[in-house]
Each structure stands twice: as structure tokens, then as C-alpha cells.
Ligand binder design. Structure first.
Ligand code: GRF
Length: 220
């Protein structure tokens, strides 16, 4: 089996990168990480890449265009066929985004299009939503937009603070991102205009309530 070659861009902790590394440790997983690039020299994610024996490199962000040019060259040299943003905290150059169109994905800790941008978990708490989650999507020029590939939903608890909600969402991210990359690697994603069609996916109908339905029926 030839595995899809994935390049990952990070800025920090790299826990999503770690989830991808762990998934790819299974030889049956259809993707492998060939290079990790960071715009921060001290990013923990670079250490994770080193530990896994993956080629990794800090690229100074002297300007958006300069970073993009160096990153693009490194990615192409590595043979990357897909670029995954995993906590890459800067806006990417438009030319880079266009050059990797439909081969550039991001994970964001909210149910997009709700709460794009910074501190989405804080935004979710402030809005009082009962559910939040995470989204993997193809990247377009405008931040946190682009055709949605997959989402996972988590409940927001009444006593949540930003840290607790973030941890719950992050645990979902670590499952969702490897799954989304698997779908891409298996050729099961088709971008049609603003939407992604996933072949071979059926999800049961159902309904989640928060607060739980039992409260509304008077049993609570
Ligand atoms: C994640 O919440 C991701 O969704 C967001 O930035 C965070 C990165 O965390 N884009 P990590 O570096 O993967 O641990």
C-alpha cells in the first residue's frame, strides 16, 4: 500500500500532530507524515516530530510571503501530497492557500461556521450554546472558512470553564483529525462548490438534547 504523504504545519504544543503520528504508527493507516514545519523555534511539536523520527524544521516568519515560499519549497521537496494545519497560529499567504487548494486542511475547535478566529471555546461559553465541538475543513483564503470535511460534537456543561471545555473538545479533535485524513487518503472526499461529499458514509438519524430530554418530561 502506498501511503498518502502528509506535511504538517504547527506553531506550538502539537497534540493534534501527536494524534496523527500515533495513527500513522499503524502500518495499515493510509497516510504518513513526511515533514513537520513550525513558525516557532521552541514548539513542543518539533520535539514530538524528532521523537518520531520525522523530518522537521523551524522556518522563521520574517514575512507571510517569505514563510510561505520556504514552507512551500520544503513541502514539495518532501513529496507531501496533503498539508495539514495543526495549531498553526498565523494567517497563510493567499498564494500558498491557492497553490494547495483542496490539498490543505485545518482543524478548528468549534462547530464552524460558529466561532471562527481566536478563543472559539471562550466564544462558545459566552454565547451559551449547549453543544460545541471541532471541525476539519479544507482551507480557503478567509480564516476558518472552507468546505467542511468532518465535525465532532461535544456537550457544553453548565459548570464548564474555558479549560474544561477546551479539554473535552481537544479529546474529540484527536479522534477527528486522523479520521478526516483517512477519508482524504482513501479518496473518499469530493469537493463540490462549497461542500464536501463523503462517499460510503452513513450516519444514523438521531437527536441529542442538552439539557437532557428527561428534564422536559418532568422526571428529572
Ligand atoms: C487545537 O485546538 C486546534 O484545533 C487549534 O489549535 C489547537 C492546537 O493544539 N487550531 P495542538 O497544538 O494540536 O495541541
Amino acid at each position: 500500500m502506498t501511503r498518502l504523504k502528509v506535511g504538517v504545519l504547527i506553531s506550538g504544543r502539537g497534540s493534534n500532530l501527536q494524534a496523527l503520528i500515533d495513527a500513522a504508527a499503524d502500518p495499515a493507516y493510509p497516510a504518513e507524515i513526511v515533514i513537520v514545519l513550525s513558525d516557532r523555534s521552541g514548539a513542543l511539536g518539533l520535539e514530538r516530530a524528532a521523537r518520531a523520527g520525522i523530518s522537521h524544521r523551524y522556518i522563521e516568519h520574517s514575512s507571510r510571503a517569505a514563510f510561505a515560499a520556504t514552507a512551500d519549497a520544503a513541502l514539495r521537496q518532501s513529496g507531501a501530497e496533503l498539508v495539514a494545519l495543526a495549531g498553526y497560529m498565523r494567517i497563510l499567504d493567499d498564494g500558498f492557500v491557492a497553490g494547495w487548494r483542496d490539498r490543505l486542511v485545518n482543524i478548528h475547535p468549534s462547530l464552524l461556521p460558529a466561532f471562527p478566529g481566536l478563543h472559539p471555546q471562550r466564544q462558545a461559553l459566552a454565547a451559551g450554546v449547549r453543544f460545541s465541538g471541532c471541525t476539519v475543513h479544507f482551507v480557503r483564503a478567509e480564516v476558518d472558512t472552507g468546505p467542511i470535511i468532518a465535525q465532532a460534537v461535544v456537550p457544553v456543561h453548565a459548570d464548564d470553564d474555558e479549560e474544561r471545555l477546551s479539554a473535552r473538545i481537544l479529546a474529540a479533535e484527536h479522534r477527528l483529525y486522523p479520521m478526516a485524513l483517512r477519508l482524504f487518503a482513501e479518496g473518499r472526499l469530493q469537493v463540490r462548490d462549497a461542500r464536501v461529499v463523503v462517499s460510503g458514509a452513513t450516519i444514523p438519524d438521531g437527536c441529542l438534547f442538552n439539557p437532557p430530554e428527561v428534564l422536559a418530561s418532568g422526571d428529572g
